[in-house]
Design a protein around this ligand. Sequence first.
Ligand code: ADP
Length: 741
Amino acid sequence: MADSISDVSSELFRTILMNTSIGIVWMDSENFKIKTINPALLDVFDLDENCIGKSGLDVFPDLILKDNVEIISDIIINGGKHKHVIQLLKNDAEKSDDVQFFVLEISRVNFENEFGLMITLRQIGERLFFEKRMAESKDKFDYQVAGSLFSKAILVGEDAQIEIANERMILTLGKGYNILGSSIFDFFPELKSQKIAELYKLCLEEETKIFERCIPIEININGVLKHLFLKFALKPITNKKGDQKAVLLSVLNITDLVLAKQKLYDREALLKHFIENLPVAINVLEGKDFVYRVSNKISESVWGYKIDIGTRVIDTVPGIEGRPIFKNLQKVFNEGIQYEKKEYEYVDAKGNTQYINYIFQPIRDVNGNVKYVMTLGYDVSEELKYKKQLRENEKKFKTLAESMPQLVWTADNEGSADYFNSNWYTVTDIPYGENPWGNLEKLLGVSPSEAKVLTAEWYNCIANKKVYEKEMLFNNYKKTGKKHWYLVRAIPIYNDEKMVDSWIGTCTDIDDFKQLQQQKDDFLGIASHELKTPLTSLKLYSQYMGRNLQNLGDTANASVARKMDEQINKLTELIAELLDVTKIQNGRIELKSSKFDFNDLVNEVVEEQQMASRHQILVNAKPVGMIEADRHRLSQVMSNLIGNAIKYSPDADKVVVTAEHLGCKIRFCVQDYGIGIPEEKIEHVFKQYYRVSGEKEHTIPGLGIGLYISAEIIKRSNGNIYVNSERGKGSNFCFELPVKN
Ligand code: ADP
């Protein structure tokens, strides 16, 4: 008993093991190889010591497979112990009437760092067994009786009359004791045509013992046709009276065992099927000659050679001997260490270059020697091609980004920046490789709260998938050490599923443009300021002239002088507007608050505008009452909105002015029925110098600053201004101001 527990244990232990009436077997938990078995257990199964080294699955399948598979798996994995009563029928027909019941105990034991499975069998009498069973629930009892057809009967004569039957047989057949004395074929005519009947006849006539390991029968038990597998023994005897030939029938229902085995085979077939159809090339190569023993379907296409089982690798793949891949194969076989290679470039039989990821894995025999090498391989050519393309695209993008004069960056779909071109680091003083957006305070020289607002604006665009656009003053422009203007833009990039994949951003240097704009604004400021003095004088002179001409009775020239005065007024207004722009830009526009009646102001402005217009200005004002604001500036806004409504509705004949009080705010609106504003341009109309450039607009004069000034005034009054407009139908410009109740 080499390699057994007793070899390494004390003499006392060996004596106990050898002499105990408890059957003991110790198997390894992987393939149930029997390592140690004691005489008591050998006796139960009529075995000898030759079974050592064999698999317990083959030696005593009943013990392992029948009802116990799940229990054993659980114990192997989770440890612990299990105990229950089992019944066994000996293979020996001589002892077939020996009913044996055992307490089976299964446990996992560790021995010399190896997991083992210990099974012990302790014999008990039938009475004990029944006592135990009866103690269990009725359900379980019913199940056990129905499921384990372990029964005995003495059958007499050709028609197989049941002379004696044990309780289990009676229970199993389900016909009660009145079956005694009758032919079994009367109750179960379906058996007559089955092999079991033939064997009975043979035993009876030839007086030979018959033992069948597994015979299928179909039997109608209580109206249900059951397909059973039986292990059964027939022994010729003389009946009690000694007058007739009789047979002792012993039957064990092994249906569960057969089905369990079947399942195991099915699993094996499934595994085979699974391997065969795996998308990974699997080959098993035997010995140092690397003979193909297993090769699944896909292998030939992955490796590009026709593979015949039984041939050597060197015959299948000519010239492989000299290549590193073969040396790796040999190394795995000789050293028993797995080898893995990624993106292996390989030329197949047709001369095509393939890229393969492969793993060589040693498989050892029971003695631990490497017997096979299993190769797993899959084609990654396509993947690699895609990867290469991706790398190329990335390279192209980076080259493009690097060649651009702008600062370029990309961000993932959650808005985290993941790439910056090198311009960032030559232009700003952010250290190389750092994320400039990660430190807005430094990049823009803003306070943490301002940085917070900017960050929130960015994430708002991310959430709404809206183009981000903002002019930003970068703190330290490396070349001059001064602040520098950039136009920051970021657009979402969509994938095939129309989901935002990433964002690409640019920062364009607009500092020169900003400076020019500043120069222009400065110029306008200075020019309008310089124009103001001569214009005031001009106005005084024209009024003086007009009055003199009137006094002289020259009414024709007096009217010319009045017209001159009107034009001077227009010019004065324009210049005042230009000056307002300069004031706004320099933050010098001041609002002078006073209390006044809002409806009075509306009427005043309307009256003034009505004088100069052919349109009818309808007023629909609800009483608003006293408010506190800059009266002069508000009248400027109202005039501008009414003036625009008239100007941009050349074909209409009315505009409607409304005013109302809405809770804690007031609203003023001017509705016209004119050309309207194209939808995509609406958001721009409040911007400085912006004018809609369309066929309908181009004959209408203007500077594009009226709405800008109005918006600034309303904004500074803590109100808001907006427009609803439809092209060709008209516009409704409104402002709202908060009021104290
Ligand atoms: P402008 O001096 O050009 O009228 P504004 O700042 O007052 O400048 O208006 C800006 C632009 O908005 C205009 O050029 C015009 O295109 C558009 N706009 C303003 N009011 C109206 C209106 N009532 N109907 C249609 N378009 C308008």
